[in-house]
Ligand binder design. Sequence first.
Ligand code: SAH
Length: 232
Amino acid sequence: MRPHRAFSPVIQEQVELFGPEAKHLLEVLRARPGDKLTLFDGKGTEATAIIEAVASGHLWLKVVEKRQASREPPVPVELYVALLKGDKLSEVVRAATELGVSKIILIITVHSVAKEMGESKLQRLRRVAVEAAKQSERSLVPLVAGPIPISEVPGVKQGLVAHPGTSRLVQEILAPGSPVSLATGPEGGFSDAEVLLLEAKGFTRVSLGPRILRAETAAISLVSLVTAGAGV
Ligand code: SAH
């Protein structure tokens, strides 16, 4: 069996784990002294570590090998996703993390039902990103940022905005070697003015096929065309 993976923001020779990460290792995975773990810092470093000691809620580890891990796409892929109802963003964050995005930025749009997000919900999404990074053996945990009004989306080098009604496909437009920013709308869709605004920032409209996808399906499909579809 492959060693369990644990997140530690700092990886030194000696690492102490506590909090939810330690609790999960001790209580669910039954980690014990002598067990090997793979640590990752969410910034690209991985390490093999041996558990030296445990106490209630704490583990002390010795790092035996440190390395730069690379399961990351060769260029950053970021996702601008509109605020969605209920818990749908968790699904988007989980899948987008598995698919390799480096950053998820929540945007507020005219047709978003939700217009704001509390700090605790944002923290929960960040936790979802950590869990998904762990499960998919990523070395980088994507940043979850925002929400920002759509007018504050910066100019991008290469951008794709999913919008029904266009015939252009991702494969026809994507330049795979350049960083890419992706955007998908809320349940009510982007307004025409918002699509024009994104186009002015460097985004190109793309189609995800003839059917209207749910907002969360659209976000996941768009990312998967860029990463999984290209094998990166
Ligand atoms: N009622 C809206 C649909 C919104 S779907 C309308 O008719 O415009 C939610 C979001 O998913 C959209 O803003 C878009 O970003 C994306 N989306 C869904 N289906 C799509 C498709 N077939 N092609 C491109 N984008 C799509």
